[in-house]
Design a protein around this ligand. Structure first.
Ligand code: EPU
Length: 302
């Protein structure tokens, strides 16, 4: 979708928002799949309410993009524009056992920043790609760590109410790869409480997690991490592997040879190819195990 409304075009510079016309989701997602649309890069999140209001008045639908690392987007000209928070500098600070971090910050950078300030507890998240905001929304986790366990406050723009609110950790449900945030909630900043730990000790934990990840996941290929959530008590990766589906492909979309719950784009996979692979594997698992795999990846197909 292209923004051509003069009212919006003239307001954007005043709000410090950069307009990137015709941006491709191929470049904006880790899977390297998706169509094109206009991207609005927000430098000061204080301007979010005004921007959303303006788009609403002019009848322009929008979606919010975090790091694009857990997203499968349809091809072609997309029927909405994208909003994204630019990463401000500096974006993190520590106060005692609390870390205050902007949602646009890179998750890995946040883990290392906290480690350098002798705050641990998030070693498992080190190799998880994406932004802090994306991690919050889906309660990202790995190697025994889930970000939700450390959240004390989240500053969020609530589209439904049209205003920014600060939620206390206890007001948010953090479950396995799922949270109680509303679809229109946009994460702005978080306050985490983390245990004190010497930097060297945290670094050791980080190294161990990095090694485990390198040994089991296709880190140098285009993917969105695990494509399915694990079913209760089970492992989607193991099930898909047991069915002999590693290497199974539809066009350029392929089940990783390294980890069967990672689906990789080996070249120029289309949305249709990747989604056909997801549906095919889900159907095979359903027939073999009677289990219904739920997508972990967020699919923007409308
Ligand atoms: N397994 C296989 N074949 C495979 C993959 C896995 O047999 O191709 C087996 C493993 O040998 C192991 C079991 O399945 O016995 C579980 O595998 P793994 O330890 O890799 O963990 P996972 O359950 O597949 C989860 C998260 C990952 C996270 C790792 C490490 C989900 C869907 N995935 O994977 O998160 O990095 O644990 O904690 O919960 C993500 O969310 O995108 C993601 C990659």
């Amino acid at each position: 979708m292209r923004i051509s409304e003069p009212k919006i075009l003239s307001a954007l510079p005043e709000l410090g928002i950069e307009h990137r016309a015709g941006s491709s989701l191929v470049d904006l997602t880790s899977l390297g799949i998706g169509g094109t649309t206009d991207l609005l890069l927000i430098r000061q999140h204080e301007h979010m309410p005004e921007l959303v209001q303006l788009l609403k008045q002019e009848g322009i639908p929008h979606r919010f993009l975090g790091g694009g690392t857990n997203l499968l987007v349809k091809d072609g000209e997309l029927p909405w524009v994208l909003l994204q928070l630019a990463q401000p500098v500096p974006d993190m600070r520590v106060e005692g056992n609390f870390a205050h971090v902007d949602a646009a910050a890179d998750l890995g950078r946040m883990v290392t920043f906290c480690a350098k300030n002798d705050l641990g507890g998030m070693e498992g998240l080190i190799g998880v790609p994406g932004t802090v905001g994306g991690a919050l929304r889906m309660n990202a986790g790995a190697y025994g760590t889930q970000i939700g366990s450390h959240v004390r406050e989240v500053e969020v723009y609530r589209a439904a109410a049209g205003r920014t609110e600060t939620l206390r950790g206890g007001e948010i449900n953090f479950e396995y790869r799922h949270t109680s945030f509303a679809p229109g909630d946009i994460m702005l900043a978080v306050k985490l409480e983390l245990p004190s730990k010497p930097y060297r000790e945290i670094l050791q934990g980080i190294r161990i997690c990095n090694e485990k990840r390198r040994a089991s996941q296709p880190l140098n290929q285009k993917s969105a991490g695990c494509i399915f959530k694990n079913p209760p008590g089970g492992s989607a990766g193991r099930m898909i592997d047991e069915l002999g589906l590693k290497g199974h492909s539809v066009g350029d979309a392929r089940v990783s040879d390294r980890h069967a719950n990672f689906f990789v784009n080996t070249g120029h996979a289309s949305f249709a190819e990747m989604y056909a692979l997801v549906s095919d594997v889900r159907e095979r698992v359903r027939r073999a195990y009677g289990a219904e795999l739920e997508e972990e990846v967020i699919v923007w197909n409308a």
